[in-house]
Structure formats: C-alpha cells, structure tokens
Write a protein that binds this ligand. Structure first.
Ligand code: C2E
Ligand code: MG
Ligand code: MG
Ligand code: MG
Length: 280
C-alpha cells in the first residue's frame, strides 16, 4: 500500500508524517541553495575581560533567507549536521573567519582580537579537517593564535587519541581550543586533562539563575577550580546582567560574553562598537 505500483518511491499516507518530511526536504533543498547563493553571514558577539577590555568575538552564523528573513542556527544547524551540509557550511565559516582576522590585522584597534568559531563534532571529525584549517590560516596569512575553535563535549564520543592528535597538530600553528557549553555534556576528568584546551566556556544555563540558585554558584566555582588546576581560561556565556557578572567574578571567572555587553551583530556594527569602546 505504501509502495506505489510502477516505482520504488516510498510514500507515507499519514498526512502529518508527510508534512514533516516535506518541511525537511524543503529546508534541505533551501540549505543547498543557500550555500550556492551565499546567503550565510557571520554575526559577531564581543568578549570582555574583568577590566572591560575587549578580548575578541565569537562568530555566529546567520542565514538571510530571501523570504523568511534572518534564520537562527537552531533552525538549520541540526539538519545541516544530519545531511552532511555542515561540511561546506563549516568550511565557509572558517574561511570567512580567517578573512575577517586578516582585515583586523590592518588596524591597531582590532589587531589583537581573537575570533572564536563554532565547530560541530561531525565537522571536526571529517577527513582532512586539520589540513583545511591549516590551509585557511596559511592562505590568509593570519596569526593562528587569533583563531579559536569552539568544540563541544559531544566530540568525546569519538576516538579520543585521534581528537588529541588533531588538536595538537592545530596547536602547532597556534590555533586555540575552547570547550563550548561546558558542564552540559559528559566529559570525564580523565579526558579533560588530556585534551589540549585553552578555555572552558561555562554554559549559559549555569549563568541564568546564578543570582538565586546555589547549585549554579557551586557549579561555576567548581568549573573555575578545575580550570585552574588544568591551567586554562574560563569564559562565561549568556551574561545578561551586572549582577551575574559580579557573581561570576566573585567565583573567579574573569572573561565574559553576553547581552550585557552586546548581542551578536553584523560586522559593521561590531567594528563601530569596538571603536566606541576603545575610544578615549
Ligand atoms: P553557542 O555557540 O553556545 O552560542 C551562544 C548562543 O547564545 C548564541 O545563539 C548567542 O546568540 C546566544 N547568546 C549570547 N549571549 C546571550 C545572552 O546574554 N543571553 C541569551 N539568552 N543568549 C545569548 P545563536 O547565535 O542562536 O547560536 C546558537 C548555537 O548555534 C550556538 O551556540 C552554536 O552551537 C550553533 N552555531 C552558531 N553558529 C555556528 C556555526 O558557525 N557553526 C556551527 N557548527 N554551529 C554554530
Ligand atoms: Mg559557541
Ligand atoms: Mg555555548
Ligand atoms: Mg550554549
């Protein structure tokens, strides 16, 4: 019944199921088109230290859809990962990030800014990922230490030895690593101490209620203590209020990112923000 005569195409006659499939197929086709037609943009969210000095930014992808307007990554990154489209998209992100670092090299105000880029586990474990990043860093002739790759704990489901070797290879050209959404995954301390990480990024779920939730306070304190033992930095994401910033600071977290400072914004707005903040 589900298989129509004369063809090998499977049809689902449950209309709700068919609808879900149609939406997926449409989105997947549109994603392919978006890559071809360069509909992706990077937005930049500023990162600060405890003295309100600018450290750099995180690059966050946006899809400027011709009809739907700005589409957030939560809508398309999961499907991009499932379909493998994350590989060309991720490559574009790294290339664009390196091009941006190159531009920043020309101005004293932006010369030392680091740029963090999100890398999905699937993208990291593709064939030749290390070579692709090395190639971008070399072609744009940018200091590798200004590029920071944000990995998630989901990477640890793969062969840890291979992951370590890849990270070390990229470390050789200066590339840094941050562990994004830290605390939400299943990292064992055994693994964490072996990964050549430069930074833990405290997930925003621990920051949100830090003013009222004693568990969140304790978790942040534990993350900072662990980072100190491992000799790596800690940055908090999702910092929205001065109160949260103060509480984080009190627990020893000295790097911040969140709406308190700025939302992710287009490059021209970001550069204007840098000028304003650094203007004296
Ligand atoms: P993430 O890397 O953890 O990024 C932080 C998310 O929190 C961003 O959402 C950011 O806009 C949002 N955010 C920042 N500050 C605040 C705040 O103060 N309050 C609140 N409520 N939210 C804040 P966004 O841009 O929608 O990105 C969502 C996720 O999509 C990212 O989470 C990341 O996992 C993924 N993503 C974004 N860009 C890329 C990319 O280029 N490649 C890959 N593979 N994934 C990406
Ligand atoms: Mg991130
Ligand atoms: Mg995060
Ligand atoms: Mg997050």
């Amino acid at each position: 019944q589900a298989k129509q005569a004369g063809g090998n195409q499977i049809r689902f006659f449950n209309p709700e199921m068919q609808e879900i499939i149609n939406v997926r197929i449409t989105l997947e086709n549109e994603l392919r088109l978006a890559i071809e037609k360069s509909q992706f943009h990077l937005y930049y969210q500023i990162q600060m230290d405890s003295a309100n000095r600018v450290l750099g930014a995180e690059a966050l992808i946006r899809w400027m859809h011709p009809e739907r307007g700005l589409v957030l990554p939560a809508t398309f990154i999961p499907l991009a990962e499932e379909t493998g489209l994350i590989l060309p998209i991720g490559k574009w992100v790294i290339e664009t990030a390196c091009a941006q670092i190159k531009v920043w090299q020309k101005e004293p105000l932006t010369r030392n800014l680091t740029l963090s880029v999100n890398v999905s586990a699937k993208q990291f474990r593709q064939k030749n990922f290390v070579e692709k990043v090395q190639s971008a860093v070399e072609r744009y002739a940018v200091p590798g230490n200004l590029l920071k790759l944000e990995l998630t704990e989901s990477l640890l489901q793969y062969d840890i030895e291979v992951t370590i070797a890849m990270m070390k290879a990229l470390n050789k050209i200066g590339v840094q690593f941050s562990l994004d959404d830290f605390g939400t995954g299943y990292s064992s301390l055994q693994y964490l101490k072996r990964l050549p990480l430069d930074q833990f990024k405290i997930d925003q779920s621990f920051v949100r209620d830090i003013a009222t939730d004693n568990n969140d306070k304790a978790i942040v304190k534990a993350i900072v203590a662990m980072a100190q033992i491992l000799d790596i930095d800690v940055i908090a994401e999702g910092v929205e209020t001065e109160e949260q910033r103060q509480l984080l600071l009190g627990k020893g977290c000295v790097f911040f990112q969140g709406y308190l400072f700025s939302k992710p914004i287009p490059i021209d707005e970001f550069e204007a923000l840098i000028c304003r903040l650094t203007d004296t």
